[in-house]
Write a protein that binds this ligand. Sequence first.
Ligand SMILES: Nc1ncnc2c1ncn2[C@@H]1O[C@H](COP(=O)(O)OP(=O)(O)OP(=O)(O)O)[C@@H](O)[C@H]1O
Length: 629
Amino acid sequence: MTTQQDAAVEVTFQGLTFTVQPRGGGPPLELLKGLSGAVRSGRCLAIMGASGAGKTTLLDVLAGHDYSGTVGGKVLVNGRPRRLKAFLRISSYVQQRDVLMAAATVREAITTAALLKLPRAMPATEKRARVDGVLADMELEGCQHTLIGDELQNMKGISGGQRRRVSVGIELVKQPQVLFLDEPTSGLDSEMAVSMMETLLRLARGGRSVCLSIHQPNSIITGMFDDFMLLVGGRAAYAGPWSGAVDLFASAGFPCPQYRNPTDHFLSVLRDAEATDAVVACQTAAAPALVELPSMDDGEGKPGGKGKEADEEAGLAGVAHNKGGALEVGGSRAWSAHAAGDAAPAAVEAERPRVPFAFQTAVLSVRMLRNWGRNPMMLAAEAVQYLFLALFVGLVYLQLSDSVETGVPDRLSSLWFVLAILSFTPSYTAMVSWDSERLLVRRETGQGMYRPAAWFAAKTLTLLPVSVAQTTTFAVITYWMVGYAADAGRFFVYVALLNMFQLTSETLGLLCALCTSRSTYAVILLTFVLLVLMTFTGFLVTAIPPYFGWIKWASYLNYTYAAMVNNEFKGVTFYSAADVVVPGADLVPSAVNNGLGVLANGMAALGLMVATRLTAFLVLLIMHRLKKI
Ligand SMILES: Nc1ncnc2c1ncn2[C@@H]1O[C@H](COP(=O)(O)OP(=O)(O)OP(=O)(O)O)[C@@H](O)[C@H]1O
């Protein structure tokens, strides 16, 4: 795999600036201050600097990753303005944090990436070969069948170094020509860090352009750098071949002491503001080769003479022509248009998924099912929870009588209690589940691996049978233990109403989680919404103030409760202490009786279930667009 070289791609940047508006107000912050350099084919550019120097920001901007600021300056791909959408197709970005599915094995994680990232038309044997190649390249063959795991979930798995390799491997399946990595060696011991660097160097030598940020490299690792960029406060203290860095510091008056790791020396010099200014001034004057941009007038201005293929790969061929078909590669018109496009975050388009929606949904469904299969305790805990709550309700209201004095109020409160349980339980479960998936969905949809709609469809498809099984079990136990009307028709209506209700609650939990950036906020929002809705079912408050009247009509709790009460009371009789027969219909409290029958209330509940689901779907799409998930 490392030997495959489609086309050499060189990314150059000149006068790159990045400015953000601080959230707390104040003047704009310039995080990158006129940086120039190049990520060259077959070479490895290492970016170093103290914490907060701007390494991640630079990688984000170069990789075209999601950012919320204004970019200035030029980013060229093989000498031509970068077209972000096309560039994302030929490049990959491995972020600092490993966001992986804990319940997948190493091979499964890379296979899923291959299925979703590679064209559907590619034969399965070829995809398998690609996965094998990645496993070999990343030296993961020995642990390919080991679970990735997660300490927080108490799931034993692969080591930290192997996790980093899996993250890189997931990006390598599409054989990117340019690879950006944010601190690929962080958290690894020195031996693993060296091994990771060797792997990356091998990839570079295979024809890729590799750009990485790094912290505290040891001398073996620094010996592997081809090109080097040293940042200090968003400025470049050095940008050029690694071999020239020591000389530059020496010429600025800061020679590296013998036997000292040069990178340690550089960082210690840059701690002093005056010394930093001296080094930056020296660097500006020296302008090493790395900074020089290829000639923009030269359509073949790229290494290896593979300009045409590389341009096509970068998607540049189309934009390089004006309306008349004449080349406009170096023209300022074309240039400024693209620079502006890159500067606007809204224009950042992720790589388009190349596999059909149905296939994405199928792959994700299999992964979700496998996740449940590997976490039997998760499913079992939920089942036990429903079972326990059903038995609890059954025992509290065991075999209610037909007495007007006791049976009627207890029936009303038991039905309300059942709904209270099915309001909180599924919604909180959905919220917790989204919280554990949020980062993974963000990374994968952000990279265009699949559409958010495919995730939503897979979630709905896989969740539905489980929810129905859980709720139906809950309904059967409560119905017969409590002793509601012994009538098959009423029983099935009860089961159907509870299933719709459970799904709406589950969706409401997801909706609250999608609308908020943190689980804490989601809990607050969901609790508030549910408590408000529960207040106005007619059970807790009989005379609802007119200004709150509208809540009742928008509440799925109101319709479901009214349907359940009508289903239980209408057409049956109850007995008072004086043995007077009272028709059940007369015992439905006026506050609960909303004037609609069982069917009409059920249809309203169904409509709200669909509406809530659609709203959650739309919010997911909007949040994805706004890069907020
Ligand atoms: N959106 C933002 N708004 C304000 N300041 C920001 C924003 N993003 C980054 N910064 C600031 O920009 C500086 C550079 O951040 P960056 O994450 O690029 O540093 P870094 O060199 O990668 O640091 P580290 O090595 O600790 O990861 C930091 O001071 C950071 O606080």
